[in-house]
Design a protein around this ligand. Structure first.
Ligand code: ATP
Length: 356
Protein backbone atom coordinates (compact mmCIF):
# COMPACT_ATOMS: atom_id res chain seq x y z
CA UNK A 1 0.00 0.00 0.00
CA UNK A 2 1.36 3.43 -0.96
CA UNK A 3 1.44 6.42 1.33
CA UNK A 4 -1.68 8.42 2.17
CA UNK A 5 -2.55 10.73 -0.78
CA UNK A 6 -1.75 13.82 1.29
CA UNK A 7 1.65 12.39 2.24
CA UNK A 8 2.31 11.52 -1.40
CA UNK A 9 1.39 15.09 -2.38
CA UNK A 10 3.74 16.78 0.09
CA UNK A 11 6.60 14.45 -0.84
CA UNK A 12 6.15 15.10 -4.54
CA UNK A 13 6.17 18.86 -3.96
CA UNK A 14 9.42 18.62 -2.00
CA UNK A 15 11.02 16.17 -4.43
CA UNK A 16 10.50 18.63 -7.30
CA UNK A 17 12.24 21.40 -5.41
CA UNK A 18 15.13 19.17 -4.37
CA UNK A 19 15.65 18.19 -8.00
CA UNK A 20 15.76 21.90 -8.93
CA UNK A 21 18.37 22.50 -6.24
CA UNK A 22 20.52 19.64 -7.51
CA UNK A 23 20.20 20.77 -11.12
CA UNK A 24 21.17 24.31 -10.24
CA UNK A 25 24.20 23.04 -8.37
CA UNK A 26 25.17 21.13 -11.51
CA UNK A 27 24.66 17.79 -9.81
CA UNK A 28 22.40 14.98 -10.74
CA UNK A 29 20.54 12.72 -8.39
CA UNK A 30 22.74 9.73 -8.98
CA UNK A 31 22.41 8.30 -5.49
CA UNK A 32 20.52 5.06 -5.13
CA UNK A 33 16.79 5.72 -4.94
CA UNK A 34 16.19 2.78 -2.68
CA UNK A 35 19.06 2.74 -0.22
CA UNK A 36 20.28 6.34 -0.42
CA UNK A 37 23.78 5.00 -0.93
CA UNK A 38 26.20 7.03 -3.02
CA UNK A 39 27.24 5.54 -6.35
CA UNK A 40 30.37 3.43 -6.53
CA UNK A 41 33.16 5.79 -7.46
CA UNK A 42 36.89 5.76 -7.96
CA UNK A 43 37.15 8.95 -5.97
CA UNK A 44 38.08 8.61 -2.32
CA UNK A 45 35.53 10.09 0.05
CA UNK A 46 37.49 13.27 0.67
CA UNK A 47 37.74 13.90 -3.09
CA UNK A 48 33.97 13.83 -3.55
CA UNK A 49 32.26 17.20 -3.17
CA UNK A 50 30.26 17.29 0.08
CA UNK A 51 26.57 16.63 -0.47
CA UNK A 52 24.47 19.81 -0.37
CA UNK A 53 22.58 20.72 2.80
CA UNK A 54 18.95 21.82 2.68
CA UNK A 55 17.41 23.34 5.80
CA UNK A 56 13.73 23.47 6.65
CA UNK A 57 12.46 26.51 8.58
CA UNK A 58 10.01 25.03 11.03
CA UNK A 59 7.67 26.74 13.49
CA UNK A 60 6.21 23.44 14.67
CA UNK A 61 2.94 24.31 12.87
CA UNK A 62 1.24 21.86 10.52
CA UNK A 63 2.61 23.36 7.30
CA UNK A 64 6.25 23.37 8.27
CA UNK A 65 6.06 20.04 10.16
CA UNK A 66 4.65 18.44 7.01
CA UNK A 67 7.45 20.08 5.06
CA UNK A 68 10.08 18.78 7.49
CA UNK A 69 8.70 15.24 7.26
CA UNK A 70 8.74 15.30 3.45
CA UNK A 71 12.28 16.70 3.41
CA UNK A 72 13.46 14.01 5.83
CA UNK A 73 11.95 11.36 3.57
CA UNK A 74 13.10 12.65 0.17
CA UNK A 75 16.51 14.21 0.80
CA UNK A 76 18.50 11.03 1.64
CA UNK A 77 17.24 9.34 -1.52
CA UNK A 78 18.82 12.14 -3.55
CA UNK A 79 22.06 12.34 -1.63
CA UNK A 80 21.07 15.61 0.01
CA UNK A 81 21.66 16.31 3.69
CA UNK A 82 18.57 17.63 5.49
CA UNK A 83 18.62 19.89 8.53
CA UNK A 84 16.16 22.09 10.38
CA UNK A 85 15.99 25.39 12.15
CA UNK A 86 13.36 26.89 14.39
CA UNK A 87 13.24 30.51 15.48
CA UNK A 88 12.19 31.49 18.98
CA UNK A 89 10.64 34.95 18.67
CA UNK A 90 10.38 35.25 22.46
CA UNK A 91 6.89 36.76 22.13
CA UNK A 92 5.06 34.34 24.40
CA UNK A 93 5.93 32.90 27.78
CA UNK A 94 7.46 29.45 27.37
CA UNK A 95 8.40 30.02 23.73
CA UNK A 96 11.92 28.73 24.49
CA UNK A 97 10.50 25.40 25.70
CA UNK A 98 8.38 25.17 22.59
CA UNK A 99 11.42 25.77 20.42
CA UNK A 100 13.23 22.94 22.26
CA UNK A 101 10.27 20.67 21.56
CA UNK A 102 10.38 21.52 17.84
CA UNK A 103 14.11 20.71 17.84
CA UNK A 104 13.35 17.30 19.36
CA UNK A 105 10.65 16.55 16.80
CA UNK A 106 12.90 17.51 13.92
CA UNK A 107 15.67 15.28 15.28
CA UNK A 108 13.17 12.44 15.59
CA UNK A 109 12.47 12.84 11.89
CA UNK A 110 16.18 12.23 11.31
CA UNK A 111 17.18 15.78 10.41
CA UNK A 112 20.73 16.84 11.20
CA UNK A 113 21.86 19.51 11.98
CA UNK A 114 18.90 20.89 13.89
CA UNK A 115 18.99 24.03 15.96
CA UNK A 116 16.83 26.67 17.54
CA UNK A 117 17.81 30.29 17.48
CA UNK A 118 16.41 33.04 19.69
CA UNK A 119 15.78 36.52 18.26
CA UNK A 120 14.76 39.87 19.65
CA UNK A 121 11.74 41.27 17.85
CA UNK A 122 11.72 45.04 17.47
CA UNK A 123 8.77 47.28 16.69
CA UNK A 124 9.45 48.63 13.24
CA UNK A 125 6.55 48.29 10.78
CA UNK A 126 4.18 46.67 13.31
CA UNK A 127 4.32 43.33 15.15
CA UNK A 128 3.98 41.05 12.13
CA UNK A 129 6.61 42.80 10.03
CA UNK A 130 9.03 43.07 12.96
CA UNK A 131 8.74 39.34 13.72
CA UNK A 132 9.21 38.50 10.05
CA UNK A 133 12.32 40.69 9.73
CA UNK A 134 13.89 39.12 12.83
CA UNK A 135 13.00 35.63 11.59
CA UNK A 136 14.53 36.06 8.14
CA UNK A 137 17.68 37.61 9.61
CA UNK A 138 18.05 34.51 11.82
CA UNK A 139 17.35 32.14 8.92
CA UNK A 140 19.88 33.96 6.72
CA UNK A 141 22.49 33.70 9.46
CA UNK A 142 21.78 29.98 9.92
CA UNK A 143 22.02 29.35 6.17
CA UNK A 144 25.38 31.13 6.09
CA UNK A 145 26.68 29.35 9.17
CA UNK A 146 25.85 25.92 7.77
CA UNK A 147 26.63 26.80 4.16
CA UNK A 148 23.15 25.58 3.21
CA UNK A 149 22.20 25.29 -0.47
CA UNK A 150 18.61 26.33 0.35
CA UNK A 151 16.08 26.98 3.10
CA UNK A 152 12.57 25.59 2.66
CA UNK A 153 9.53 27.54 3.89
CA UNK A 154 6.06 26.08 4.43
CA UNK A 155 3.90 28.77 2.81
CA UNK A 156 0.84 27.23 1.19
CA UNK A 157 -1.59 28.27 -1.51
CA UNK A 158 -3.84 29.63 1.24
CA UNK A 159 -1.02 31.88 2.51
CA UNK A 160 -0.54 33.02 -1.07
CA UNK A 161 -4.24 33.89 -1.45
CA UNK A 162 -4.08 35.92 1.77
CA UNK A 163 -1.00 37.79 0.55
CA UNK A 164 -2.69 38.67 -2.74
CA UNK A 165 -5.76 39.99 -0.91
CA UNK A 166 -3.60 42.07 1.42
CA UNK A 167 -1.83 43.60 -1.61
CA UNK A 168 -5.16 44.27 -3.31
CA UNK A 169 -6.54 46.00 -0.24
CA UNK A 170 -3.42 48.18 0.05
CA UNK A 171 -4.12 49.55 -3.42
CA UNK A 172 -0.67 48.73 -4.73
CA UNK A 173 0.40 47.49 -8.14
CA UNK A 174 0.86 44.11 -9.79
CA UNK A 175 4.16 43.48 -8.01
CA UNK A 176 2.29 43.42 -4.75
CA UNK A 177 -0.50 41.25 -6.20
CA UNK A 178 2.13 38.75 -7.25
CA UNK A 179 2.43 37.56 -3.66
CA UNK A 180 5.30 35.33 -2.64
CA UNK A 181 7.73 33.81 -5.11
CA UNK A 182 8.40 30.09 -5.21
CA UNK A 183 12.08 31.03 -5.13
CA UNK A 184 13.44 34.16 -3.49
CA UNK A 185 16.71 35.48 -2.21
CA UNK A 186 18.56 36.52 0.89
CA UNK A 187 21.65 38.67 1.13
CA UNK A 188 24.30 37.29 -1.20
CA UNK A 189 22.17 34.28 -2.18
CA UNK A 190 19.58 35.05 -4.84
CA UNK A 191 17.84 31.68 -4.66
CA UNK A 192 18.10 30.82 -0.98
CA UNK A 193 14.42 30.48 -0.06
CA UNK A 194 12.12 27.87 -1.62
CA UNK A 195 8.41 27.42 -1.05
CA UNK A 196 7.56 23.90 -2.18
CA UNK A 197 3.94 24.10 -0.92
CA UNK A 198 2.91 27.25 -2.75
CA UNK A 199 0.54 25.21 -4.97
CA UNK A 200 -0.65 22.97 -2.16
CA UNK A 201 -3.59 23.73 0.11
CA UNK A 202 -3.26 24.00 3.85
CA UNK A 203 -5.65 21.09 4.43
CA UNK A 204 -3.32 18.73 2.59
CA UNK A 205 -0.41 19.68 4.86
CA UNK A 206 -2.58 19.19 7.92
CA UNK A 207 -3.86 15.82 6.69
CA UNK A 208 -0.31 14.70 5.94
CA UNK A 209 0.65 15.42 9.56
CA UNK A 210 -2.34 13.47 10.83
CA UNK A 211 -1.64 10.55 8.54
CA UNK A 212 1.94 10.40 9.84
CA UNK A 213 0.86 10.94 13.47
CA UNK A 214 3.00 14.06 13.68
CA UNK A 215 2.03 16.31 16.56
CA UNK A 216 1.60 19.92 15.47
CA UNK A 217 1.38 23.17 17.29
CA UNK A 218 -1.22 25.81 16.51
CA UNK A 219 0.32 29.25 16.90
CA UNK A 220 -2.14 31.33 18.95
CA UNK A 221 -1.09 34.36 16.85
CA UNK A 222 -2.66 32.67 13.83
CA UNK A 223 -6.04 32.88 15.54
CA UNK A 224 -5.52 36.26 17.24
CA UNK A 225 -7.93 38.82 15.75
CA UNK A 226 -5.41 41.57 16.62
CA UNK A 227 -3.47 40.48 13.53
CA UNK A 228 -4.67 41.54 10.10
CA UNK A 229 -3.68 38.26 8.48
CA UNK A 230 -5.49 36.28 11.13
CA UNK A 231 -8.71 38.25 10.56
CA UNK A 232 -8.36 37.67 6.86
CA UNK A 233 -7.81 33.93 7.40
CA UNK A 234 -10.70 33.39 9.79
CA UNK A 235 -13.24 35.97 8.64
CA UNK A 236 -12.27 37.53 5.31
CA UNK A 237 -11.52 34.48 3.18
CA UNK A 238 -14.39 32.33 4.52
CA UNK A 239 -16.77 35.21 3.74
CA UNK A 240 -15.33 35.48 0.23
CA UNK A 241 -15.66 31.75 -0.28
CA UNK A 242 -19.26 31.92 0.85
CA UNK A 243 -19.98 34.72 -1.60
CA UNK A 244 -17.86 33.61 -4.55
CA UNK A 245 -17.47 29.87 -4.16
CA UNK A 246 -14.74 27.49 -3.03
CA UNK A 247 -12.42 28.09 -5.98
CA UNK A 248 -11.52 31.57 -4.78
CA UNK A 249 -8.28 30.55 -3.03
CA UNK A 250 -7.03 28.78 -6.12
CA UNK A 251 -8.05 31.73 -8.31
CA UNK A 252 -6.19 34.17 -6.08
CA UNK A 253 -3.07 32.00 -6.23
CA UNK A 254 -3.37 32.01 -10.01
CA UNK A 255 -3.72 35.79 -9.94
CA UNK A 256 -0.41 35.86 -8.06
CA UNK A 257 1.37 33.93 -10.81
CA UNK A 258 -0.14 36.01 -13.64
CA UNK A 259 0.65 39.25 -11.83
CA UNK A 260 4.22 38.11 -11.22
CA UNK A 261 4.73 37.52 -14.94
CA UNK A 262 3.23 40.94 -15.78
CA UNK A 263 5.31 42.70 -13.13
CA UNK A 264 8.50 41.04 -14.38
CA UNK A 265 7.72 42.09 -17.97
CA UNK A 266 7.02 45.69 -16.96
CA UNK A 267 10.18 45.84 -14.84
CA UNK A 268 12.22 44.63 -17.81
CA UNK A 269 10.52 47.17 -20.11
CA UNK A 270 11.25 49.99 -17.66
CA UNK A 271 14.86 48.86 -17.39
CA UNK A 272 15.27 49.10 -21.15
CA UNK A 273 13.34 52.37 -21.53
CA UNK A 274 15.30 54.12 -18.81
CA UNK A 275 18.42 54.74 -20.89
CA UNK A 276 16.36 56.30 -23.68
CA UNK A 277 14.79 58.98 -21.44
CA UNK A 278 18.07 60.29 -20.01
CA UNK A 279 19.94 63.21 -21.62
CA UNK A 280 23.70 63.33 -22.15
CA UNK A 281 24.19 64.44 -18.53
CA UNK A 282 22.10 61.50 -17.28
CA UNK A 283 19.09 63.63 -16.27
CA UNK A 284 15.55 62.43 -16.93
CA UNK A 285 13.87 64.28 -19.79
CA UNK A 286 10.24 65.12 -18.95
CA UNK A 287 8.95 65.10 -22.55
CA UNK A 288 10.31 61.62 -23.17
CA UNK A 289 8.95 60.34 -19.87
CA UNK A 290 5.55 61.79 -20.78
CA UNK A 291 5.46 59.67 -23.94
CA UNK A 292 5.84 56.41 -22.01
CA UNK A 293 2.91 54.33 -20.69
CA UNK A 294 2.23 55.27 -17.03
CA UNK A 295 3.17 51.81 -15.72
CA UNK A 296 6.60 52.05 -17.34
CA UNK A 297 7.13 55.72 -16.43
CA UNK A 298 6.26 55.21 -12.76
CA UNK A 299 8.67 52.32 -12.53
CA UNK A 300 11.46 54.53 -13.87
CA UNK A 301 10.55 57.24 -11.35
CA UNK A 302 10.50 54.74 -8.51
CA UNK A 303 13.87 53.35 -9.47
CA UNK A 304 15.35 56.87 -9.73
CA UNK A 305 14.04 57.73 -6.25
CA UNK A 306 15.55 54.56 -4.78
CA UNK A 307 18.83 55.21 -6.57
CA UNK A 308 18.88 58.70 -5.02
CA UNK A 309 18.58 57.14 -1.56
CA UNK A 310 14.85 56.74 -0.82
CA UNK A 311 14.32 53.50 1.16
CA UNK A 312 12.26 51.11 -1.01
CA UNK A 313 10.11 49.99 1.93
CA UNK A 314 8.91 53.53 2.69
CA UNK A 315 8.31 54.59 -0.89
CA UNK A 316 4.58 54.21 -1.58
CA UNK A 317 2.44 54.51 -4.69
CA UNK A 318 1.20 57.92 -3.53
CA UNK A 319 4.76 59.28 -3.45
CA UNK A 320 5.41 58.15 -6.99
CA UNK A 321 2.05 59.51 -8.16
CA UNK A 322 3.01 62.92 -6.83
CA UNK A 323 6.35 62.84 -8.64
CA UNK A 324 4.51 61.67 -11.76
CA UNK A 325 2.36 64.79 -11.66
CA UNK A 326 5.52 66.82 -12.27
CA UNK A 327 5.47 65.13 -15.68
CA UNK A 328 1.79 64.73 -16.47
CA UNK A 329 0.18 67.62 -14.57
CA UNK A 330 2.87 70.32 -14.64
CA UNK A 331 1.69 73.66 -13.32
CA UNK A 332 4.88 74.93 -11.74
CA UNK A 333 4.71 72.80 -8.55
CA UNK A 334 7.54 73.10 -6.03
CA UNK A 335 9.93 70.37 -4.97
CA UNK A 336 8.42 67.13 -3.67
CA UNK A 337 9.82 65.57 -0.52
CA UNK A 338 10.24 61.82 -0.55
CA UNK A 339 11.31 59.43 2.23
CA UNK A 340 15.04 59.33 2.99
CA UNK A 341 15.35 63.13 2.52
CA UNK A 342 15.14 62.69 -1.23
CA UNK A 343 13.75 65.62 -3.20
CA UNK A 344 12.22 65.55 -6.69
CA UNK A 345 11.84 68.69 -8.75
CA UNK A 346 11.36 69.76 -12.32
CA UNK A 347 13.96 72.11 -13.75
CA UNK A 348 14.05 73.26 -17.38
CA UNK A 349 12.28 70.23 -18.77
CA UNK A 350 14.39 67.83 -16.70
CA UNK A 351 13.43 65.88 -13.62
CA UNK A 352 16.01 66.10 -10.87
CA UNK A 353 15.76 63.53 -8.08
CA UNK A 354 18.44 63.70 -5.43
CA UNK A 355 19.10 63.75 -1.74
CA UNK A 356 18.40 67.31 -0.46
N1 ATP B 1 9.28 30.39 14.39
C1 ATP B 1 9.64 29.93 13.20
N2 ATP B 1 10.79 29.25 13.06
C2 ATP B 1 11.19 28.80 11.84
N3 ATP B 1 10.48 28.97 10.73
C3 ATP B 1 9.32 29.64 10.80
C4 ATP B 1 8.83 30.15 12.04
N4 ATP B 1 7.65 30.76 11.80
C5 ATP B 1 7.41 30.62 10.49
N5 ATP B 1 8.40 29.95 9.88
C6 ATP B 1 8.50 29.57 8.45
O1 ATP B 1 7.72 30.46 7.67
C7 ATP B 1 6.62 29.77 7.08
C8 ATP B 1 5.39 30.63 7.10
O2 ATP B 1 5.06 30.93 8.40
P1 ATP B 1 3.69 31.56 8.80
O3 ATP B 1 3.65 31.68 10.27
O4 ATP B 1 3.48 32.76 7.96
O5 ATP B 1 2.67 30.49 8.21
P2 ATP B 1 1.89 29.27 8.87
O6 ATP B 1 0.87 28.95 7.85
O7 ATP B 1 1.48 29.61 10.24
O8 ATP B 1 3.01 28.11 8.86
P3 ATP B 1 3.18 26.92 9.92
O9 ATP B 1 1.90 26.15 9.94
O10 ATP B 1 4.32 26.10 9.41
O11 ATP B 1 3.53 27.60 11.21
C9 ATP B 1 6.47 28.50 7.93
O12 ATP B 1 5.83 27.47 7.22
C10 ATP B 1 7.90 28.18 8.24
O13 ATP B 1 8.56 27.58 7.14
Amino acid sequence: MGPHPAVAAIRLAVRRVLHDILNEAGRTAVYSRTTGAPPASDATPHERPPSPLVLVACSGGADSMALASALAFEAPKLGIRAGGITVDHGLQPGSDLRADEVVLRLRELGLDPVESTAVTVGREGGPEAAARDARYAALDAAAERHDAAAVLLGHTRDDQAETVLLGLARGSGVRSLSGMAAVSGGPGAARRYRRPFLQLDRQTARKACMAQSLPVWDDPHNADPAYTRSRLRHEGLPALEKALGKGVVEALARTAQLSRDDADALDAWAGQAEASVRDAAGLLECAKLYALPPAVRRRILRRAAIEAGAPAGSLFARHIEEVDRLITGWRGQGAINLPGKVVAQRQGGRLVIRQG
